[in-house]
Design a protein around this ligand. Structure first.
Ligand code: FE
Ligand code: FE
Ligand code: ZN
Length: 296
């Protein structure tokens, strides 16, 4: 079955109900959202009634909650805990709160950027990420953490299969079972892999990590060339990867039943003409046919 959706907004008043309604307005059958601001720790309490209403709405509309995704905020950086590890408590406790919010919302997959090693070495960054995951996940049950494959912008860890494998290899046994991977076609392209060779990429992934560890794919086009390490998402079919190669990823039988999430930018023709592209992109994906919805 095709599980297709996009990034949607989670707002204070409507919370998960708003998330579900926005997803339905795009004809999506899954979604991904942040539980609050990406750059701050400001969070408001989860409203139980809204959560119940949202799950009822999901059941009525055949949205499978197990395929839906939360994205952890960018301010968490498990690769570098600052001078004398002073930020260890801050990053790990905030991440733990996010995991607990996932349980409260009953959306039990959370995508995490592995982190940036900044002034450390990549090897130290990798050890730190594993240390943070082992610490946070040792006594939390019922949430999957999906490490995102990154573009390799700046000092990002996770821009190769080997990076992700190095982190995963350092996980304690009971933590390993809770950690998965989220692929991102824009990031894979920008990291230096041509999406035309996606099956070769999956072969390597399967040998080194195991395909059963793939739990989500972000299906973004890219503004930049293979290996650019830039991380700028383009609309589906409008970038350097192009419609056909992205369609082949989505319908690759080895990724059957894996949630596919669009994180493409809003269309911005001018100040007054700004809108979400997801309904049109999802329609094109379902029809496997590119209709230019931006320039028509
Ligand atoms: Fe991400
Ligand atoms: Fe992504
Ligand atoms: Zn990105």
């Amino acid at each position: 079955m095709l599980y297709i959706g996009s990034h949607v907004s989670y707002l204070k008043d409507k919370q998960l109900v708003g998330v579900v309604k926005e997803a339905l307005s795009y004809d999506a059958n899954i979604f991904m959202f942040y539980t609050g601001s990406n750059q701050s720790t400001l969070r408001f309490p989860v409203d139980k009634d809204l959560t119940r209403e949202a799950h009822q709405l999901m059941i009525e509309n055949n949205i499978n909650k197990d395929k839906c995704i939360v994205h952890a905020p960018f301010i968490i950086n498990l690769a570098n805990y600052g001078e004398d590890n002073t930020k260890f408590d801050f990053y790990t406790s905030f991440f733990k709160q996010e995991l607990e919010r996932c349980i409260e919302l009953d959306i039990r997959n959370i995508v995490l950027h592995p982190g940036s090693f900044t002034n450390l070495t990549k090897e130290e960054g990798i050890k730190n990420i594993a240390k943070g995951l082992n610490y946070v996940l040792k006594d939390i049950e019922g949430v999957n953490v999906l490490l995102e494959y990154m573009s390799g912008k700046g000092t990002e860890v996770g821009s190769s299969i080997d990076d992700l494998k190095a982190i995963i290899d350092l996980l304690d046994k009971n933590v390993y079972e809770k950690v998965f991977v989220c692929l991102d076609t824009c990031h894979i392209n920008d990291s230096g892999v041509d999406i035309a060779d996606f099956d070769k990429f999956l072969d390597e992934f399967d040998i080194k990590i195991g395909l059963s560890k793939v739990r989500c794919v972000h299906i973004n086009d890219s503004y930049n060339e293979v290996g650019s390490h830039k991380d700028r998402h383009a609309n589906f079919g409008y970038g350097t990867i192009g419609f056909d190669k992205l369609i082949n990823v989505i319908y690759n039988p080895r990724l059957k039943d894996i949630p596919m999430i669009l994180e493409t930018p809003w269309v911005n023709r001018n100040e007054k003409d700004t809108w979400a592209p997801y309904k049109y992109e999802i329609e094109n994906i379902r029809n496997k046919k590119f209709i230019d919805y931006i320039n028509q």
